[in-house]
Design a protein around this ligand. Sequence first.
Ligand SMILES: Cc1ncc(COP(=O)(O)O)c(C=O)c1O
Length: 457
Amino acid sequence: MTDHLAVTRAAAERLAALVPGGAHTYAKGPDQYPVTAPGVLRSGRGCRVWDLDDNEYIEYGMGLRSVGLGHAHPEVVEAVRRSLELGTNFTRPAVVELECAERLLSLVPGADMVKFTKDGSSATTAAVKLARAHTGRDLVGICVDHPFFSYDDWFIGTTTMDGGIPPAASELTIGFNYNDLPSVRDMFDRFPDRIAVVMLEGVRAEAPEQGFLEGLRELCTRHGTVLVFDEMIAGFRYDIAGAQGLYEVRPDLSTWGKALANGFSVSALCGSRDLMRLGSRERDGDDVFLLSTTHGAEVCALAAAIATMEIYQREPVVEHLHRQGARLADGLRKVAARHGVGDHVSPLGFPCNLVFTAADREGNPSQAFRTLLLQELVDRGVLAPSLVVSYSHGDADIDRTLDAFDGALAVYARALDGGIDQFLRGRPSRVVMDHRPIGVHAALGGSIEPERRAGDR
Ligand SMILES: Cc1ncc(COP(=O)(O)O)c(C=O)c1O
Protein backbone atom coordinates (compact mmCIF):
# COMPACT_ATOMS: atom_id res chain seq x y z
CA MET A 1 0.00 0.00 0.00
CA THR A 2 1.39 3.47 -0.82
CA ASP A 3 1.83 5.88 2.05
CA HIS A 4 -0.40 8.83 1.18
CA LEU A 5 1.31 11.00 3.83
CA ALA A 6 4.97 10.12 3.24
CA VAL A 7 6.27 13.56 2.21
CA THR A 8 4.11 15.41 4.73
CA ARG A 9 5.17 13.17 7.60
CA ALA A 10 8.86 13.50 6.80
CA ALA A 11 8.56 17.31 6.79
CA ALA A 12 6.62 17.28 10.07
CA GLU A 13 9.35 15.18 11.68
CA ARG A 14 12.03 17.61 10.52
CA LEU A 15 9.97 20.54 11.82
CA ALA A 16 9.52 18.89 15.22
CA ALA A 17 13.30 18.44 15.43
CA LEU A 18 13.89 22.14 14.77
CA VAL A 19 10.99 23.91 16.48
CA PRO A 20 10.06 23.27 20.14
CA GLY A 21 6.50 21.95 20.24
CA GLY A 22 6.69 21.21 16.51
CA ALA A 23 4.84 24.42 15.62
CA HIS A 24 4.74 28.13 16.39
CA THR A 25 1.45 27.80 18.22
CA TYR A 26 1.03 24.88 20.62
CA ALA A 27 -2.49 24.24 19.31
CA LYS A 28 -1.01 23.43 15.90
CA GLY A 29 1.51 20.94 17.33
CA PRO A 30 1.67 17.19 16.71
CA ASP A 31 0.41 16.25 20.17
CA GLN A 32 -2.90 18.01 19.46
CA TYR A 33 -3.85 15.71 16.57
CA PRO A 34 -4.09 12.03 15.69
CA VAL A 35 -0.91 10.58 14.21
CA THR A 36 -2.76 10.18 10.92
CA ALA A 37 -3.43 13.91 10.53
CA PRO A 38 -1.31 15.94 8.10
CA GLY A 39 1.49 17.42 10.22
CA VAL A 40 2.34 20.20 7.76
CA LEU A 41 0.23 22.02 5.19
CA ARG A 42 1.44 23.51 1.95
CA SER A 43 -1.38 25.84 0.92
CA GLY A 44 -4.96 26.89 1.37
CA ARG A 45 -7.73 28.48 -0.67
CA GLY A 46 -11.16 29.30 0.67
CA CYS A 47 -11.95 26.62 3.27
CA ARG A 48 -9.70 23.99 1.63
CA VAL A 49 -6.11 23.17 2.55
CA TRP A 50 -3.54 20.83 0.99
CA ASP A 51 -0.70 18.88 2.55
CA LEU A 52 2.66 18.12 0.96
CA ASP A 53 1.31 14.94 -0.63
CA ASP A 54 -1.51 16.91 -2.31
CA ASN A 55 -4.22 15.49 -0.07
CA GLU A 56 -7.10 17.97 0.18
CA TYR A 57 -9.08 18.73 3.36
CA ILE A 58 -11.99 20.96 4.31
CA GLU A 59 -10.58 22.93 7.21
CA TYR A 60 -12.22 24.28 10.38
CA GLY A 61 -10.64 26.60 12.90
CA MET A 62 -8.98 28.53 10.08
CA GLY A 63 -5.64 29.61 11.51
CA LEU A 64 -6.84 29.69 15.12
CA ARG A 65 -9.87 31.77 14.07
CA SER A 66 -7.75 34.38 12.31
CA VAL A 67 -8.91 33.64 8.75
CA GLY A 68 -12.53 34.78 8.79
CA LEU A 69 -12.98 35.25 5.05
CA GLY A 70 -11.15 32.16 3.82
CA HIS A 71 -7.58 31.38 2.82
CA ALA A 72 -6.00 33.59 0.15
CA HIS A 73 -9.08 35.77 -0.22
CA PRO A 74 -8.48 37.45 -3.62
CA GLU A 75 -9.32 40.98 -2.51
CA VAL A 76 -7.10 40.82 0.55
CA VAL A 77 -4.29 39.25 -1.47
CA GLU A 78 -4.59 42.00 -4.08
CA ALA A 79 -4.51 44.76 -1.43
CA VAL A 80 -1.36 43.22 0.04
CA ARG A 81 0.22 42.79 -3.40
CA ARG A 82 -0.37 46.48 -4.15
CA SER A 83 1.03 47.54 -0.79
CA LEU A 84 4.19 45.44 -1.26
CA GLU A 85 5.15 47.65 -4.19
CA LEU A 86 5.14 50.67 -1.86
CA GLY A 87 7.55 49.34 0.78
CA THR A 88 6.91 47.66 4.10
CA ASN A 89 8.41 49.82 6.88
CA PHE A 90 9.76 53.41 6.98
CA THR A 91 11.51 55.69 9.47
CA ARG A 92 8.30 57.71 9.93
CA PRO A 93 4.71 56.42 10.16
CA ALA A 94 3.18 55.18 6.92
CA VAL A 95 -0.10 56.76 5.82
CA VAL A 96 -1.68 53.32 6.06
CA GLU A 97 -1.43 53.67 9.87
CA LEU A 98 -3.81 56.62 9.65
CA GLU A 99 -6.19 54.87 7.24
CA CYS A 100 -6.30 51.69 9.31
CA ALA A 101 -6.79 53.62 12.57
CA GLU A 102 -9.68 55.61 11.10
CA ARG A 103 -11.30 52.47 9.71
CA LEU A 104 -11.08 50.43 12.93
CA LEU A 105 -12.15 53.32 15.17
CA SER A 106 -15.20 53.88 12.96
CA LEU A 107 -16.24 50.33 13.90
CA VAL A 108 -15.51 50.32 17.64
CA PRO A 109 -18.20 52.21 19.51
CA GLY A 110 -16.89 54.74 22.00
CA ALA A 111 -13.17 54.27 21.27
CA ASP A 112 -11.18 57.41 20.41
CA MET A 113 -7.69 56.04 19.92
CA VAL A 114 -5.99 52.84 18.81
CA LYS A 115 -2.54 51.33 18.84
CA PHE A 116 -1.69 48.45 16.53
CA THR A 117 0.61 45.57 17.30
CA LYS A 118 1.21 42.06 15.99
CA ASP A 119 -0.19 39.59 18.55
CA GLY A 120 -3.31 39.56 20.64
CA SER A 121 -1.18 38.78 23.67
CA SER A 122 0.72 42.05 23.31
CA ALA A 123 -2.56 43.95 23.09
CA THR A 124 -4.05 42.42 26.27
CA THR A 125 -0.77 42.91 28.12
CA ALA A 126 -0.74 46.55 27.01
CA ALA A 127 -4.29 46.93 28.34
CA VAL A 128 -3.14 45.61 31.72
CA LYS A 129 -0.15 47.97 31.78
CA LEU A 130 -2.26 50.98 30.83
CA ALA A 131 -4.85 50.15 33.49
CA ARG A 132 -2.15 49.79 36.15
CA ALA A 133 -0.58 53.10 35.10
CA HIS A 134 -3.96 54.82 35.13
CA THR A 135 -5.10 53.51 38.52
CA GLY A 136 -1.77 53.16 40.32
CA ARG A 137 -3.02 49.72 41.44
CA ASP A 138 -1.53 46.28 40.94
CA LEU A 139 -4.21 43.54 40.81
CA VAL A 140 -5.60 42.11 37.57
CA GLY A 141 -9.04 40.46 37.68
CA ILE A 142 -9.66 37.95 34.89
CA CYS A 143 -12.65 35.82 34.04
CA VAL A 144 -11.58 32.27 34.92
CA ASP A 145 -14.15 30.74 32.56
CA HIS A 146 -12.31 32.16 29.57
CA PRO A 147 -9.40 30.02 28.48
CA PHE A 148 -6.79 32.42 27.16
CA PHE A 149 -5.78 36.05 27.31
CA SER A 150 -2.02 36.28 26.72
CA TYR A 151 1.26 34.38 26.56
CA ASP A 152 2.69 36.88 29.04
CA ASP A 153 3.52 36.02 32.64
CA TRP A 154 0.50 37.69 34.27
CA PHE A 155 -1.75 35.15 32.51
CA ILE A 156 0.34 32.06 31.63
CA GLY A 157 1.60 32.02 35.21
CA THR A 158 -1.95 31.05 36.21
CA THR A 159 -1.91 27.89 34.06
CA THR A 160 -0.11 24.58 34.33
CA MET A 161 2.32 25.78 31.65
CA ASP A 162 4.04 28.12 34.08
CA GLY A 163 7.68 27.00 33.81
CA GLY A 164 10.12 29.91 33.90
CA ILE A 165 7.65 32.31 35.50
CA PRO A 166 8.36 33.54 39.02
CA PRO A 167 5.24 33.20 41.20
CA ALA A 168 5.39 36.94 41.94
CA ALA A 169 4.43 37.64 38.31
CA SER A 170 1.11 35.86 38.47
CA GLU A 171 0.22 36.24 42.15
CA LEU A 172 -1.26 39.61 41.26
CA THR A 173 -3.81 37.94 38.96
CA ILE A 174 -7.13 37.10 40.58
CA GLY A 175 -10.33 35.67 39.19
CA PHE A 176 -14.09 35.87 38.90
CA ASN A 177 -16.73 33.83 37.07
CA TYR A 178 -18.73 34.68 33.97
CA ASN A 179 -22.40 35.54 34.54
CA ASP A 180 -21.69 35.65 38.26
CA LEU A 181 -21.83 39.21 39.62
CA PRO A 182 -21.51 38.01 43.25
CA SER A 183 -18.05 36.60 42.39
CA VAL A 184 -17.10 40.03 40.99
CA ARG A 185 -18.45 41.82 44.08
CA ASP A 186 -16.58 39.40 46.28
CA MET A 187 -13.35 40.20 44.45
CA PHE A 188 -13.86 43.93 44.99
CA ASP A 189 -14.78 43.37 48.67
CA ARG A 190 -11.65 41.34 49.35
CA PHE A 191 -9.29 43.74 47.64
CA PRO A 192 -10.67 47.25 48.05
CA ASP A 193 -8.83 49.90 46.00
CA ARG A 194 -6.39 47.34 44.61
CA ILE A 195 -7.94 46.08 41.40
CA ALA A 196 -6.56 47.95 38.39
CA VAL A 197 -8.37 46.05 35.68
CA VAL A 198 -11.18 43.57 35.05
CA MET A 199 -10.74 41.61 31.83
CA LEU A 200 -13.07 39.16 30.10
CA GLU A 201 -14.39 38.14 26.73
CA GLY A 202 -17.73 39.95 26.63
CA VAL A 203 -19.20 36.81 25.09
CA ARG A 204 -17.75 33.35 24.57
CA ALA A 205 -19.47 29.96 24.96
CA GLU A 206 -22.58 31.38 26.63
CA ALA A 207 -24.46 34.63 26.17
CA PRO A 208 -24.35 37.18 28.96
CA GLU A 209 -27.34 36.92 31.25
CA GLN A 210 -29.59 39.95 31.50
CA GLY A 211 -27.76 42.61 33.49
CA PHE A 212 -24.39 40.83 33.80
CA LEU A 213 -22.31 43.06 31.53
CA GLU A 214 -24.21 46.15 32.69
CA GLY A 215 -23.58 45.16 36.33
CA LEU A 216 -19.91 44.61 35.61
CA ARG A 217 -19.70 48.03 33.97
CA GLU A 218 -21.36 49.62 36.97
CA LEU A 219 -19.11 47.85 39.50
CA CYS A 220 -15.95 48.81 37.61
CA THR A 221 -17.05 52.44 37.38
CA ARG A 222 -17.93 52.51 41.08
CA HIS A 223 -14.56 51.04 42.10
CA GLY A 224 -12.48 53.09 39.67
CA THR A 225 -11.35 49.92 37.87
CA VAL A 226 -10.65 49.77 34.13
CA LEU A 227 -13.01 47.40 32.29
CA VAL A 228 -11.47 45.58 29.31
CA PHE A 229 -13.36 43.50 26.77
CA ASP A 230 -11.04 41.11 24.98
CA GLU A 231 -12.71 41.09 21.55
CA MET A 232 -10.06 38.90 19.95
CA ILE A 233 -12.62 36.20 19.05
CA ALA A 234 -15.93 38.07 19.37
CA GLY A 235 -14.80 40.87 17.04
CA PHE A 236 -15.41 40.14 13.35
CA ARG A 237 -17.13 36.89 14.31
CA TYR A 238 -20.05 37.30 16.75
CA ASP A 239 -20.42 40.85 15.45
CA ILE A 240 -18.10 43.16 13.54
CA ALA A 241 -17.94 45.29 16.66
CA GLY A 242 -17.62 42.33 19.02
CA ALA A 243 -19.45 41.96 22.32
CA GLN A 244 -19.64 45.72 22.81
CA GLY A 245 -21.43 45.98 19.46
CA LEU A 246 -23.80 43.13 20.27
CA TYR A 247 -24.72 44.06 23.83
CA GLU A 248 -24.13 47.82 23.82
CA VAL A 249 -22.06 47.88 26.97
CA ARG A 250 -18.98 50.08 26.63
CA PRO A 251 -15.69 48.89 28.12
CA ASP A 252 -12.92 51.40 28.82
CA LEU A 253 -10.48 49.47 26.67
CA SER A 254 -10.88 46.68 24.17
CA THR A 255 -8.42 44.37 22.48
CA TRP A 256 -8.71 43.09 18.91
CA GLY A 257 -6.87 40.67 16.65
CA LYS A 258 -7.53 37.26 15.09
CA ALA A 259 -9.85 37.86 12.09
CA LEU A 260 -9.09 41.60 11.87
CA ALA A 261 -6.68 41.12 8.95
CA ASN A 262 -7.79 37.73 7.61
CA GLY A 263 -4.76 35.92 8.99
CA PHE A 264 -2.17 38.67 8.60
CA SER A 265 -0.57 39.70 11.85
CA VAL A 266 -2.48 42.71 13.18
CA SER A 267 -3.92 43.21 16.63
CA ALA A 268 -5.03 46.37 18.36
CA LEU A 269 -5.70 48.09 21.63
CA CYS A 270 -8.61 50.56 21.45
CA GLY A 271 -9.96 52.88 24.09
CA SER A 272 -11.01 56.25 25.35
CA ARG A 273 -8.65 59.19 24.76
CA ASP A 274 -8.46 59.66 28.52
CA LEU A 275 -6.77 56.31 29.01
CA MET A 276 -4.95 55.89 25.74
CA ARG A 277 -3.20 59.24 25.99
CA LEU A 278 -1.18 57.82 28.88
CA GLY A 279 0.80 56.21 26.08
CA SER A 280 1.41 59.56 24.37
CA ARG A 281 4.38 61.90 24.97
CA GLU A 282 2.39 65.08 25.69
CA ARG A 283 1.56 64.62 29.34
CA ASP A 284 2.98 64.99 32.83
CA GLY A 285 3.95 62.03 34.96
CA ASP A 286 5.76 58.80 34.16
CA ASP A 287 5.66 57.82 30.52
CA VAL A 288 4.05 54.48 29.69
CA PHE A 289 5.87 52.43 27.07
CA LEU A 290 2.74 51.49 25.18
CA LEU A 291 3.16 49.08 22.28
CA SER A 292 6.20 50.47 20.53
CA THR A 293 7.76 47.79 18.33
CA THR A 294 9.73 47.57 15.11
CA HIS A 295 7.07 45.63 13.23
CA GLY A 296 3.93 46.99 14.91
CA ALA A 297 2.76 48.92 11.86
CA GLU A 298 4.07 46.73 9.05
CA VAL A 299 2.49 48.22 5.93
CA CYS A 300 1.23 45.09 4.16
CA ALA A 301 -0.46 43.72 7.29
CA LEU A 302 -2.32 47.00 7.83
CA ALA A 303 -3.30 46.99 4.14
CA ALA A 304 -4.71 43.50 4.70
CA ALA A 305 -6.65 44.76 7.73
CA ILE A 306 -8.18 47.65 5.77
CA ALA A 307 -9.23 45.34 2.91
CA THR A 308 -10.65 42.82 5.41
CA MET A 309 -12.66 45.45 7.28
CA GLU A 310 -14.04 46.80 3.99
CA ILE A 311 -15.31 43.34 3.05
CA TYR A 312 -16.93 42.79 6.47
CA GLN A 313 -18.69 46.15 6.16
CA ARG A 314 -19.85 45.53 2.60
CA GLU A 315 -20.85 41.86 2.69
CA PRO A 316 -22.90 39.73 5.11
CA VAL A 317 -19.85 37.95 6.52
CA VAL A 318 -20.99 37.76 10.12
CA GLU A 319 -24.49 36.58 9.13
CA HIS A 320 -22.88 33.86 7.04
CA LEU A 321 -20.74 32.65 9.95
CA HIS A 322 -23.82 32.37 12.18
CA ARG A 323 -25.90 30.68 9.49
CA GLN A 324 -23.33 28.10 8.41
CA GLY A 325 -22.42 27.32 12.01
CA ALA A 326 -26.09 26.75 12.81
CA ARG A 327 -26.45 24.48 9.77
CA LEU A 328 -23.44 22.48 10.92
CA ALA A 329 -24.62 22.27 14.53
CA ASP A 330 -28.12 21.12 13.54
CA GLY A 331 -26.71 18.58 11.12
CA LEU A 332 -24.23 17.23 13.67
CA ARG A 333 -26.96 16.83 16.28
CA LYS A 334 -29.04 14.82 13.81
CA VAL A 335 -26.17 12.62 12.64
CA ALA A 336 -25.05 11.97 16.22
CA ALA A 337 -28.60 11.05 17.26
CA ARG A 338 -28.89 8.69 14.30
CA HIS A 339 -25.80 6.82 15.51
CA GLY A 340 -26.98 6.87 19.12
CA VAL A 341 -24.02 9.00 20.26
CA GLY A 342 -25.82 12.32 20.81
CA ASP A 343 -24.85 12.28 24.49
CA HIS A 344 -21.20 11.78 23.57
CA VAL A 345 -20.63 14.07 20.60
CA SER A 346 -22.45 17.37 20.41
CA PRO A 347 -21.80 20.91 19.19
CA LEU A 348 -21.04 23.49 21.85
CA GLY A 349 -21.03 27.28 21.83
CA PHE A 350 -22.30 29.97 19.50
CA PRO A 351 -22.85 28.86 15.88
CA CYS A 352 -20.17 31.28 14.67
CA ASN A 353 -17.66 29.79 17.12
CA LEU A 354 -18.48 26.11 17.53
CA VAL A 355 -16.49 23.41 19.24
CA PHE A 356 -17.67 19.87 19.92
CA THR A 357 -17.62 17.43 22.81
CA ALA A 358 -16.13 13.94 22.67
CA ALA A 359 -17.07 11.74 25.61
CA ASP A 360 -16.24 8.16 26.51
CA ARG A 361 -18.67 5.38 27.42
CA GLU A 362 -19.22 6.85 30.89
CA GLY A 363 -19.89 10.30 29.46
CA ASN A 364 -16.57 11.81 30.58
CA PRO A 365 -14.58 14.10 28.24
CA SER A 366 -12.04 11.88 26.54
CA GLN A 367 -8.89 12.79 24.64
CA ALA A 368 -8.81 9.27 23.20
CA PHE A 369 -12.31 9.56 21.76
CA ARG A 370 -11.63 13.09 20.55
CA THR A 371 -8.56 11.77 18.74
CA LEU A 372 -10.54 8.90 17.23
CA LEU A 373 -13.14 11.35 15.94
CA LEU A 374 -10.47 13.63 14.43
CA GLN A 375 -8.79 10.55 12.91
CA GLU A 376 -11.98 9.38 11.24
CA LEU A 377 -12.75 12.90 9.97
CA VAL A 378 -9.24 13.25 8.54
CA ASP A 379 -9.69 9.89 6.77
CA ARG A 380 -12.76 11.47 5.16
CA GLY A 381 -11.01 14.69 4.13
CA VAL A 382 -12.05 16.96 7.01
CA LEU A 383 -9.56 18.66 9.34
CA ALA A 384 -11.70 19.80 12.26
CA PRO A 385 -10.10 20.53 15.65
CA SER A 386 -13.19 22.72 16.11
CA LEU A 387 -16.17 23.59 13.93
CA VAL A 388 -15.23 27.24 13.55
CA VAL A 389 -16.43 28.30 10.09
CA SER A 390 -15.35 31.08 7.71
CA TYR A 391 -17.09 33.12 5.02
CA SER A 392 -15.82 30.57 2.51
CA HIS A 393 -17.62 27.57 4.03
CA GLY A 394 -20.47 27.06 1.57
CA ASP A 395 -23.47 24.75 1.85
CA ALA A 396 -21.73 22.00 -0.11
CA ASP A 397 -18.76 22.13 2.29
CA ILE A 398 -21.03 21.84 5.29
CA ASP A 399 -22.89 18.92 3.68
CA ARG A 400 -19.63 17.14 2.89
CA THR A 401 -18.52 17.67 6.47
CA LEU A 402 -21.75 16.16 7.75
CA ASP A 403 -21.21 13.14 5.48
CA ALA A 404 -17.76 12.79 7.02
CA PHE A 405 -19.30 12.95 10.52
CA ASP A 406 -21.78 10.29 9.44
CA GLY A 407 -18.97 7.86 8.65
CA ALA A 408 -16.84 8.94 11.61
CA LEU A 409 -19.62 8.59 14.15
CA ALA A 410 -20.46 5.09 12.93
CA VAL A 411 -16.91 4.14 13.97
CA TYR A 412 -17.25 6.16 17.20
CA ALA A 413 -20.38 4.20 18.12
CA ARG A 414 -18.60 0.90 17.51
CA ALA A 415 -15.67 2.05 19.63
CA LEU A 416 -18.03 2.98 22.46
CA ASP A 417 -19.50 -0.53 22.29
CA GLY A 418 -16.44 -2.63 21.63
CA GLY A 419 -13.53 -0.61 23.04
CA ILE A 420 -11.49 2.13 21.42
CA ASP A 421 -8.15 0.30 21.12
CA GLN A 422 -9.10 -1.61 18.00
CA PHE A 423 -10.00 1.66 16.21
CA LEU A 424 -7.56 4.33 17.39
CA ARG A 425 -4.33 4.31 15.38
CA GLY A 426 -1.56 5.67 17.61
CA ARG A 427 -1.67 7.63 20.86
CA PRO A 428 -4.40 10.05 21.99
CA SER A 429 -3.85 13.80 21.73
CA ARG A 430 -3.24 16.00 24.79
CA VAL A 431 -4.64 19.29 26.06
CA VAL A 432 -2.14 22.13 25.81
CA MET A 433 -2.60 23.19 29.42
CA ASP A 434 -5.06 23.49 32.25
CA HIS A 435 -5.89 26.39 34.48
CA ARG A 436 -4.83 26.43 38.09
CA PRO A 437 -7.15 27.89 40.71
CA ILE A 438 -6.09 31.48 41.27
CA GLY A 439 -6.50 34.38 43.63
CA VAL A 440 -9.96 35.08 44.97
CA HIS A 441 -11.34 32.15 43.10
CA ALA A 442 -9.05 29.76 44.95
CA ALA A 443 -9.81 31.47 48.22
CA LEU A 444 -13.49 30.87 47.56
CA GLY A 445 -12.74 27.18 47.12
CA GLY A 446 -14.03 27.14 43.55
CA SER A 447 -12.58 24.78 41.01
CA ILE A 448 -11.95 25.87 37.48
CA GLU A 449 -13.37 23.67 34.79
CA PRO A 450 -11.17 24.39 31.79
CA GLU A 451 -13.10 24.75 28.58
CA ARG A 452 -11.81 22.40 25.92
CA ARG A 453 -9.28 24.58 24.11
CA ALA A 454 -9.66 23.01 20.73
CA GLY A 455 -8.19 25.33 18.17
CA ASP A 456 -7.19 27.94 20.67
CA ARG A 457 -3.54 27.60 21.45
C1 LIG B 1 -9.56 35.63 23.69
C2 LIG B 1 -8.10 35.67 23.32
N1 LIG B 1 -7.35 36.69 23.74
C3 LIG B 1 -6.05 36.78 23.42
C4 LIG B 1 -5.44 35.82 22.66
C5 LIG B 1 -3.98 35.95 22.32
O1 LIG B 1 -3.81 36.24 20.98
P1 LIG B 1 -2.46 35.87 20.20
O2 LIG B 1 -2.41 34.38 20.06
O3 LIG B 1 -2.58 36.58 18.89
O4 LIG B 1 -1.31 36.39 21.02
C6 LIG B 1 -6.18 34.73 22.20
C7 LIG B 1 -5.54 33.66 21.39
O5 LIG B 1 -5.99 32.56 21.26
C8 LIG B 1 -7.56 34.65 22.54
O6 LIG B 1 -8.33 33.62 22.13
